[in-house]
Design a protein around this ligand. Sequence first.
Ligand code: GLN
Length: 485
Amino acid sequence: MDLFELTIHELHEKLKKREVSSVEATKATLARIEAVEPKVNAFITVTTDEALKAAEEADKRIASGNIDILTGIPVALKDIFLTKGIRTTCASKILDNFVPPYDATSWLKLKERGAVLLGKLNQDEFAMGSSCESSAFGPTKNPWNPDCIPGGSSGGSAAAIAAQEAVATLGTDTGGSIRQPASHCGCVGLKPTYGRVSRYGVIAYASSLDQVGPMTRDVTDCAIMLGAVAGYDPLDSTSVNMPVPDYTKALIPDVKGLKIGLPKEYYIEGLDPDVKKALDLAIETYRGLGAEFVDISLPHTDYAVATYYLIATAEASSNLARYDGVRFGHRTSEPGNLIETYSRSRDEGFGAEVKRRIMLGTYALSSGYYDAYYIKAQKVRTLIMNDFLKAFETVDAILTPVAPTPAFRIGEKSSDPLQMYLSDIFTIPVNMAGTCGISVPAGMSASGLPIGLQLIGKPFGEETIIRAAYAFEQATEWHKRKAAL
Ligand code: GLN
């Protein structure tokens, strides 16, 4: 096996035994990036020099006997994470030349343990999208089929794993942006419970929904990465002050007696037959492992997408007000008066999808419409949350598809925003409820595209879904498949 194909735990073993150095692993991965990037476009910025320097530091640390599971591991970050001294664009022209003066807490935690940063990954602009097509830096291609999207918004984070351009990555998930690309690219992606991971230094899209999470080759790596980034952060008042469990202790291939809910609203007509087949087979696998299935209902599911597009856009319109051509990023070359400077800079700097959402959100928050739309959406959000809490009175986890179809073709939905929005129907409710969900490889479509399954857990129930995902992974071979690039 090539060095760039290894998981965190496999590479760690080799580093520990001094069979390879971090510099060797980093160089191999950088060479891989150079070889496949023309086909994939997963990176916005590759930090070759910084990576080699960090790898040398990691090797020194290893030589002194101070090795941690993440020391010397080459990772990459969605370009939404602030990285001190390294350009951070959020895939927008408006932040084209933005170099942050500090690190996001989640990245700092990895860095302090000796992880090596390979670069910053492509995404939808400001994380608004499901396909990576709204990036100002061109679309990322799905490594399994370059005519298809990798999913979004963390499409670069998923494609980099599938194309073996990084051992592990971080993404963010506001309405599905970790789980859906993980599903489309055949990797593991976990959206933690709201408050589990600090959002400090993560460019805000919809602050009440955004959450940071790992994207990895297998469930073991997912547990390692989650444990590394989770925890209270005094710099994020919404992070929760609860002890972080050792998630690797949940890596037990045992689901005997586990009660798994199947929500009838998720097994709908219109579900792609390949997705349905993968789910049916997964249910059989779980039954064989001794899990019990319970039919449940999440009755407000139908309202989730509409509610999300009110709340997320309202928060986005407020969060994105700070990009005005004065404080950050792009400023128009024809400023005029102050208002003209703002509006021209924003007009030139933001892409079409971002503008659409700012307008939708501003409208929903404007006087007269605030009560009719925004307040109403908040009330429906509570109903969606209650659906989950009620379901979790009888089940330990919920099993659903991640997306209604495998990865679609580039261009297929980009001219029809509503179709694009509907592709998040199974992931959005989890963010609305503030709970956790994981996507694990569970099949392949007839045309050779990966299909993931979603396990939804109780708030702060990450250990249960990690255990269930691990049991499934150990019983199947899907995670071992590799995209032939
Ligand atoms: N696709 C959804 C959106 O466009 C979710 C994006 C996300 O999770 N960041 O908003």
